[in-house]
Design a protein around this ligand. Sequence first.
Ligand code: FE2
Length: 288
Amino acid sequence: MTAATPTLPQECLLGTPQPFFKLLELHSGQVEEYSTAIQQLRDGELTGIIVRDVYSSDFMTTVTERLEAHDPPFLKTLFPEKFKSWFYGRNLNLMGTDPTTYFQQAAEFHQQMQELLPGELGIPQRVMTALSQLDAGRPYRAAPGPEPGQDYMLTTFRGHAEGGYISAHCDNEQSVRDSYEHLGTLVGNHMYSMVLMIGASDDGGALEVFDYRVEPGEAGGRTGATAGHVDQSALSSVQIKLQPGDLVVVDSGRYLHQVTPVIGQKNRWVACSFMAKSLERNAVYCWG
Ligand SMILES: [Fe+2]
């Protein structure tokens, strides 16, 4: 086991100054060498971890084509209209249905996910295993629902059309929402997230992280930015550029972040999961 040594910001980070952002960048073949990396992220010592080539770009092209064709026919749900974006699957922040329906839809979503990414190419097999290896072998799995056999959706696929974006927020603020009531009993109060780049936009659509940090437990519902208390233009930031097949883990619970508007006609496609340590088991629970 080799302790992760944060590398300094590299070419994939645009913008200066960037002293606040502590990045670890590695290739998918190196994950076993960095088994403390996610613990360092949870401890606030790393801000982001990029794992290159978790999937081949050729395979990601095939997956993008199927997502564009809505094949398999995933449940499609929408962001608020101004964001010009949609989910395949159901985002827990925008629940919009009852729990029984949600968990039925989750079971169907997982079947369709296996159809899209079969066998060893599955998100659990490929992505969650890599995350587990970056976290001392701790299992990464869909958060269990309140009834036996129920699981939260492990992830969602997100499509962002031209002009689509996500405004700035810290993810820890999500935990006060009604749809987190059950999940909040299972996991600690600090969440982080992963983004798998499936299909990149021509330009824009970058994950931008700001030098603005709220410690777990201090988010108190709304971060200053969404409440209009933070002037983003006065903050340093970095933009993380990902190629299809790259995975990024970001301390999105603490750090203010946004997705910049997609430029060009090509949709941006990602898989995105939130995650937090289980309170009762040596595991990390994930949801979309
Ligand atoms: Fe977020």
